[in-house]
Design a protein around this ligand. Structure first.
Ligand code: ATP
Ligand code: MG
Length: 452
């Protein structure tokens, strides 16, 4: 790495960041060929219009770590309106952070204007706002690159690639953190978590994704501050959950979220079920579900969030339904219906799972109650249900986690799915024979139309 040189065009910022390190092109291995051509186009267009432009964040970090970047984020000193004037294919989005999206067919290059400090006197209050917990509500104060770096979450995410001289600019010790493989917050950890408690979830996600440790000063305050997640909108927590559960590291994320006391603020009813389970079934069930999810993702197979949320809430659902059967003498079917509504609406207070996934989760749950009813045409009809495959996988997961009483049912379905139509009919026939002659279905007596 190159010698440290002080950037000279800005005066000191409010907190104490290390001396900036500027690594010239001759002393690092990142080349423009590793970037998306569209991102390079955006950088040059901004530069040619007289603005500063940098690639920043995940893409530089990932390339330095030998990983394939997911996307390419640009920062510039051009204001959103100025960006809009430069690019025809530009959309301005966001309220909390105003951003420009430059659209190239499938690919979107996100261009942000460098952010500055919020506490600056004389700035009007409507561009930056904090809540009583210290949480940032709006954040549209613009600033210099040093200020922009200081506002980012982790030092590894505050590395910039300049299109002006192709140097890498490190304002927060990110290169050293990459060498030490440490996730470390920029600035005072407690303040930074209070500003945005989601950073606690991001610390976990980056640690597992990048196979790094969390620096002690960044890790230690998390259990005490975990409850701040209660102030985060449930829709945002849903988005974070998807990132945590669909990135191929869900099992590790789950274990670390629990270890740090974060999981209970995402899925409190599941946490209680996990703690109450004395035979280890609950833990095996959730952990196995995440292990299977990771295996599918890493094999490029489809994963539906409906399955994950169905599994996460299965234990609380079952407890609740069983209590209704035992205490109130309800039919299982009715008890499950009531319990599904209760469990879903409870959980939605923390994590707002969109309806298209809760519908899927309900289907998977309903099918758990029906998979043993296979006589006559039923097996065939079940197999045509849109969520049948997921429900079958769910059944296998239950067996895998220790519900041995379901083993023969699961084996029956596995066998059934391998057979052709004739084989399937034979299987159902022998099932029907074993269970004796089927009772003729009783028709409902037809009601006379109500004269009133
Ligand atoms: P990936 O996209 O691989 O998950 P990333 O680092 O690109 O990782 P993004 O969520 O895309 O993560 O954010 C882009 C950059 O914006 C980050 O690298 C970081 O510098 C900054 N950033 C994102 N979220 C926050 C936050 N909550 N607080 C401070 N900075 C943030
Ligand atoms: Mg990104």
């Amino acid at each position: 790495m190159g010698p440290a040189s002080k950037s000279d065009d800005h005066t000191a910022t409010a907190t104490l960041l290390p001396e900036p390190v500027i690594v010239p092109r001759s002393e690092h291995s990142i080349s423009r060929k590793q970037f998306s051509p569209n991102a390079v186009k955006v950088l040059y267009r901004l530069k040619d219009a007289g603005f500063e432009a940098y690639l920043v964040g995940g893409c530089i970090r990932d390339i330095l770590l030998g990983l394939e970047p997911k996307d390419f984020d640009v920062v510039t000193n051009a204001k959103p309106e100025e960006i809009k004037r430069i690019f025809r294919n530009c959309r301005l989005i966001g309220r909390r952070f105003r951003l420009a999206h430059i659209v190239f067919g499938q690919e979107i290059i996100e261009v942000a204007t460098m952010r500055g400090h919020h506490s600056d006197e004389g700035k009007s209050n409507n561009i930056s706002q904090a809540s009583e917990h210290g949480q940032l509500l709006r954040d549209n104060v613009y600033g210099t690159i040093e200020e922009d770096a200081e506002r980012r979450d982790f030092s590894i995410n505050a590395l910039y690639y300049s299109i002006e001289d192709f140097s890498i600019r490190d304002y927060a010790g990110g290169l050293a953190a990459i060498r030490a493989r440490q996730i470390e917050l920029i600035g005072d950890p407690e303040t930074r978590y209070r500003e945005d408690p989601v950073r606690m979830l991001r610390a976990v996600r980056f640690a597992t994704k990048l196979d790094m440790g969390i620096a002690p000063a960044t890790k230690n305050p998390i259990p005490q501050l975990a409850s701040l997640l209660e102030n985060i909108p449930a829709a945002r927590l849903f988005e974070e959950c998807l990132k945590l559960f669909l990135n191929g590291k869900a099992e590790q994320n789950f274990l670390m979220l629990r270890e740090l006391g974060l999981f209970k603020y995402l899925f409190p009813t599941t946490e209680r079920a996990l703690n109450a389970s004395t035979d280890g079934f609950a833990e095996r069930f959730i952990q196995q579900m995440f292990a299977n999810t990771d295996a599918r993702i890493n094999a490029d197979k489809k994963v539906t969030p409906a399955f994950i949320f169905a599994a996460l809430l299965w234990l609380p659902l079952r407890q609740r339904a069983e209590a209704l059967v035992e205490k109130d003498g309800m039919f299982a079917h009715d008890a499950y219906n009531i319990a599904m509504n209760a469990v879903l609406s409870d959980s939605a207070k923390q994590v707002a799972v969109p309806k298209r996934f809760t519908i899927g989760a309900r289907d998977i749950w309903h099918l758990q109650l029906r998979l043993d009813k296979r006589g006559g045409q039923r097996a065939y009809r079940l197999s045509l249900q849109p969520k049948f495959r997921a429900a079958y996988d769910f059944l296998l997961l239950r067996v895998e986690s220790g519900e041995t009483e379901l083993q023969s049912l699961a084996a029956w379905w596995t066998n059934y799915l391998e057979k052709d139509v004739t084989g399937q009919k034979d299987m159902v026939k022998s099932l029907d024979e074993r269970s004796g002659p089927r009772r003729p279905r009783r028709r409902k007596p037809r009601k006379k139309p109500d004269p009133s």
